[in-house]
Design a protein around this ligand. Structure first.
Ligand code: HEM
Length: 218
């Protein structure tokens, strides 16, 4: 993510036409695959929930995927492999490349407090190529929720074969509640994330092309 300088037209064109690379290719590809996979998992998961609700409500039929319980579980168990594989590619690549350590995990409580206050006053800076501390905490939080939803999902998928994992969550029923809460947390993240993209729309093109105009190297 740290903006890398891509010279265009040789050294002479460098100052005039700076197009720093903001998001590496693997971050963009895994991000958009994740959006597709998450949408399928949310909608098929809601249909599975509706068959035996934990709480006193059901999700509307139009927001579900699969048509009937067998179809919804087929979607959920097929797309789960895409979500898991895609998540592993992102994790390994961002660990090996240093993206996690350099761009996300360098957040400090002081920086978070400062940026949270600035965000509350709608005065938070957003520079392409560098995340603010509030973004870093939100991204790290959703990555942790992503791991929790996969682990709790495995616990309710194979509660006999993976009995130890299921026990770790306090049993099948508790693992279902954890799975639901992780889904709700990711849902809240997505709403906040989309609001932020709407508020600062110039962050969207770099997440597609990888490049931003007019940013100096960090
Ligand atoms: C399930 C849904 C989503 C999840 C879990 C998610 C998660 C993330 C994460 C973790 C990052 C940081 C990536 C990194 O640098 O390693 C990110 C960045 C970003 N996402 Fe999403 N995202 C989701 C949906 C979307 C959608 C639907 C859009 C746009 C319509 C979007 C637009 C962006 C943009 C523009 C950035 C870069 C922000 C910036 O540079 O300031 N995301 N997302």
């Amino acid at each position: 993510l740290t903006a890398r300088f891509i010279p265009e037209g040789g050294p002479s064109g460098l100052a005039a036409r700076a197009r720093p690379r903001v998001h590496p290719l693997y971050v963009r590809v895994t991000h958009w695959i994740n959006v597709y996979a998450m949408a399928c998992m949310f909608m098929s998961g809601w249909a599975i929930y509706n068959a035996t609700p934990i709480f006193g409500f059901r999700f509307p039929q139009w927001a579900t995927l699969g048509g009937w319980l067998g179809g919804s579980t087929a979607w959920h168990f097929a797309v789960m492999w895409l979500l898991l594989g895609n998540g592993l590619v992102y994790l390994v690549a961002s660990l090996v490349g240093g993206h996690l350590r350099r761009d996300l995990m360098d957040v400090t409580p002081g920086a978070f407090a400062r940026d949270a206050v600035a965000a509350a006053r709608l005065r938070l800076r957003h520079d392409a190529g560098r995340y603010n501390a509030v973004q870093k905490v939100l991204y790290l939080g959703v990555l942790a929720l992503g791991m929790l939803i996969v682990l709790s999902g495995l616990a309710i998928w194979k509660p006999v074969q993976l009995a130890e994992l299921t026990a770790l969550f306090g049993g099948f029923a508790a693992a279902r509640v954890v799975h639901f809460i992780a889904m709700a947390g990711i849902g809240v993240f997505v709403v906040v994330h989309l609001l932020l993209v709407i508020l600062v729309p110039r962050t969207l093109p770099p997440m597609i092309t990888g490049r931003a105009h007019g940013v100096r190297d960090a």
